[in-house]
Design a binder for this molecule. Structure first.
Ligand code: FPP
Length: 244
């Protein structure tokens, strides 16, 4: 779809849900569902950046996802190990920087952590846009970790309480990203699931019943059309002359 004349969100975030149910409906394994999810993610990512969106955040693996079966966790870790580079190379060519939000520590395998660090280093000069992959990520964890970083700086006398503001708090998060304008969650679940709690404060939200491996570029266009019908007021009122 041509996006000319449409409002384009600067930062889009996607909770990619429904890989397991997509697979079950087809008599396939959950792993096959994740593989299909990854294929769709590659297509969508290229499409999204080609349409002028500057920042894309995706929820690939939460801190809570480690509670899943060993087999499923291993499959996903293996997928990250073998596919992160292939995925990053696609966007790197378009001048996109790739960053990872989440704790780069155990229980993430060392190999996966190393690949994440290499990709961040390799793409750090790219300026066209940012792809933010949330891996071993939790929204509470991100805020707690930011608080610890700030406390340490205060303890060391490098930062004063007055210097901590709403404008600069995001410097201490896993990644310093602009606020999310539009969040999409697939598969019919209507919740945030500990995803980017700080950045979502004024995001418009869109919940689709479609499972992520079937959420294609046309589904994304539908979401953008819905976003264009939203009236964003950021806590203000639309018509200053409205009667009280
Ligand atoms: C949620 O669906 C999905 C995940 C926990 C994993 C998402 C990962 C991908 C789409 C692959 C990303 C890969 C790379 C290399 C970036 P679910 O398993 O909870 O589905 P269900 O709710 O139907 O069981």
């Amino acid at each position: 779809m041509n996006y000319e004349g449409l409002k384009i969100p600067n930062h889009v975030a996607i909770i990619m849900d429904g890989n397991g149910r997509w697979a079950k409906e087809r008599g396939m394994t959950r792993s096959e569902g994740h593989k299909a999810g990854f294929s769709m993610l590659k297509k969508l990512t290229e499409y999204i950046f080609s349409r002028g969106i500057k920042v894309l955040s995706v929820y690939a693996f939460s801190t809570e996802n480690f509670k899943r079966s060993k087999q499923e966790v291993n499959f996903l870790m293996n997928l990250f190990e073998t596919k992160f580079k292939e995925y990053a190379d696609i966007v790197k060519k378009k001048g996109i920087r790739v960053v990872f939000s989440g704790k780069k520590a155990s229980p993430l395998p060392d190999k996966v952590i190393r690949i994440m660090q290499e990709i961040e280093e390799d793409t750090k000069e790219n300026k066209v846009g940012i792809l933010n992959l949330c891996v071993n990520y939790g929204g509470h964890l991100e805020i707690v970790e930011a608080t610890k970083k700030i406390c340490k700086l205060v303890q060391e006398g490098k930062l004063s309480l007055e210097e901590i503001t709403e404008e600069n708090f995001s410097h201490y998060l896993f990644q310093d990203l602009p606020p999310i304008d539009f969040m999409i969650r697939t598969s019919g679940e209507i919740r945030i699931s500990n995803f980017m709690l700080y950045q979502l404060s004024y995001a418009e939200m869109y919940f689709s019943k479609v499972y992520f491996p079937s959420f294609d570029c046309q589904c994304f266009d539908d979401a953008i059309l819905a976003y264009n019908k939203r009236n964003r007021r950021f806590g203000g009122i639309q018509d200053e002359n409205e009667n009280n």
